[in-house]
Design a protein around this ligand. Structure first.
Ligand code: F6P
Length: 345
């Protein structure tokens, strides 16, 4: 018998509602369990803002994007703050036995600190960037890849009609998973990712070769976290940081638009897909993965398995050590990028 607290933290992601629904459905299938949803990530736990989650309140949410609980990037440990006492108080007041935080490196990083302090935690991995360790895939990623692929298909026809280079900026702070998968699916002519700092002259030389071979347009996909090789170009400007110290990315496509046009003479345009990639209904794969994660998380709580994260390994849902999963981001498989490269230009 457990009373579980659920929260969604960090950037939203298609599939969050499917996890919420699955935790609630699995919990309420057994007598005695109950689920409380905290509003706006860790903010709701700190401020004790929550609602009871029931079969009725979670009905119909499976295909809905976003999160019915709301989310935020609140860090309970920001600026030397110790949110532990406040969080303990909320959990005691509400009689909560375990927490299921659904989030990425930041939300789960805070969860790990709480676990070390003795709070029972089962993490659910979430990020459209797909860069979380411990799991082969995170939900939301396939939806983002589909959105970007559809956009590249559309950009192809307009690029070709106008003989232009189009630079498409996509999400991916540490890793180029979205850029590489969608770039491959959409037939991109160049893909720039954070794992491989680029040389702008090489990128332009590649586009020139392609155009000399008779192609009149090109599609360049760039992850927002991509950078130029040191000393070749200024690609990062100082920008505001969030409560976890991450700078706000964006702007690489604008810089590439200017540089490519100036260096090659080809008319160039940028398209920044931004939060379109995180919005809307999840594709079927993400709904299924999110549902399996939610069920597995509730079963871990019921079994008393804490300090773990549910994960996809191959085709199986497993429990992995939370601490180990957060040690390093999961970067792009070099072999995947090399396969994508075979189709450049
Ligand atoms: O959730 C990860 C992510 O989508 C990153 O790819 C991106 O840099 C960031 O979130 C954007 O965050 P925000 O919604 O706070 O602008």
């Amino acid at each position: 018998m457990a009373r579980v607290g659920l929260l969604t933290g960090g950037g939203d992601c298609p599939g969050l509602n499917a996890v919420i629904r699955a935790v609630v459905r699995r919990a309420l299938a057994d007598p005695g369990h109950s689920v409380v949803g905290f509003r706006y990530g860790w903010a709701g736990v700190l401020e004790d803002e929550a609602l009871e989650l029931t079969l009725e309140s979670t009905a119909g949410i499976l295909p809905r994007g976003g999160t019915i609980l709301g989310t935020s990037r609140t860090n309970p440990f920001a600026d030397g703050r110790d949110g532990l006492a406040q969080i303990r108080r909320t959990l005691e007041t509400r009689g909560i036995d375990a927490l299921i935080p659904i989030g990425g490196e930041d939300t789960l990083g805070a969860a790990l600190r709480l676990h070390r302090a003795g709070i029972p935690i089962v993490g659910v991995p979430k990020t459209i960037d797909n860069d979380l360790g411990g799991t082969d895939v995170t939900f939301g990623f396939q939806t983002a890849v589909q959105i970007v692929t559809d956009a590249i298909d559309r950009l192809h026809t307009t690029a070709e009609s106008h003989n232009r280079v189009i630079v498409v900026e996509v999400m991916g702070r540490h890793a180029g998973w979205i850029a590489t998968h969608a770039g491959m699916a959409g037939g991109a002519d160049a893909i720039l990712v954070p794992e491989r700092p680029f040389d702008i002259e090489q990128v332009c030389a590649h586009l020139r070769r392609r155009h000399e071979r008779g192609r009149s347009f090109s599609i360049v996909v760039v992850a927002e976290g991509a950078t130029a090789q040191s000393g070749t170009l200024q690609t990062r400007s100082d920008s505001a940081t969030d409560a976890f110290g991450h700078s706000r990315l964006g702007g690489i496509a604008a810089m590439l638009e200017r540089e490519i046009e100036a260096r090659t003479g080809y008319e160039t345009r940028e398209t920044v897909l931004g939060h379109v990639q995180r919005g809307g209904t999840p594709v079927a794969f993400d709904r299924v993965l999110a549902t399996r994660f939610g069920v597995a998380a509730m079963e871990a709580v019921a079994a008393g398995h804490f300090g773990v994260m549910v994960a996809l390994r191959g085709t199986h849902i497993v429990e992995v050590d939370l601490e180990e999963s957060l040690r390093e981001p999961k970067l792009l498989d070099p072999a995947l990028y090399e396969t994508a490269e075979l189709f450049f230009g």
